[in-house]
Design a protein around this ligand. Structure first.
Ligand code: GRF
Length: 201
């Protein structure tokens, strides 16, 4: 039976596009059933529209044009969502959703966790911190989401050499390339039942 994927986004959506490409090529076997954002408009929503993918805006407070998380959960059960992937989603996921989808929500972080993670560590802030520390290696991490920012079990990591960079932007560029490979790879493994929790790790 086809597995259903939901992707959460806040920004330009290059990871979303990488996932779409890998589903279209047959590398990942699932349906991208919905794209969810905390915004009403962003690059990622443009991509969703172009690809005729159902998309919703969500907010923790009830406001016009946004679903509440409770309403989103109803949509998710109608769509039989199996896996939620956070691809540049900047808001905290409510505990209720985390509990309901335990080990079925994953996030991509643009550094090698557990370093350079946590509240406020997102986007360019991560790459600036890595650059200012004079790190020689950075990379991408895909991990399960729990109730603490960037804290859940690590599923996969890929490192990149940044020993010769001269700006945080250069780090971002190298890491993003890796993200576009790593995230689809982990989603593929997940739907092949190859991402396992054993012995509490
Ligand atoms: C990525 O670097 C992701 O790891 C981070 O935010 C960025 C999102 O980029 N958390 P995009 O929207 O997928 O292009």
């Amino acid at each position: 039976m086809t597995k259903n994927l939901a992707v959460f986004v806040s920004g330009r959506g290059s990871n979303l596009q990488a996932i779409i490409n890998k589903i279209e090529s047959g590398y990942i076997s699932c349906k991208l059933s919905t794209v969810v954002s905390d915004k009403t408009d962003c690059g990622a929503f443009e991509i969703a529209r172009k690809n005729n993918i159902t998309h919703f805006s969500v907010s923790a407070q009830s406001k016009e044009g946004f679903l509440t998380y409770q309403e989103l959960l109803t949509k998710f059960s109608e769509l039989s969502i199996d896996l939620i992937v956070l691809a540049g989603f900047l808001k905290k996921i409510p505990d209720e959703l985390i509990e309901l989808y335990q080990h079925r929500i994953m996030n991509i972080h643009p550094a090698l966790l557990p370093s350079f993670g946590g509240k406020g560590m997102y986007g360019h802030y991560v790459h600036e911190a890595v650059f200012n520390k004079s790190c020689k290696v950075s990379g991408a991490t895909v991990h399960f989401v729990d109730s603490i920012y960037d804290n859940g079990f690590i599923i996969a990591q890929r490192a990149v050499d940044i020993s010769d960079v001269s700006s945080p932007d250069e780090i971002a560029e190298r890491v993003l390339k890796v993200e576009h490979e790593l995230l689809p790879y982990v989603i593929k493994l997940y739907f092949e039942n190859k991402v396992l929790i054993k012995d509490n790790r």
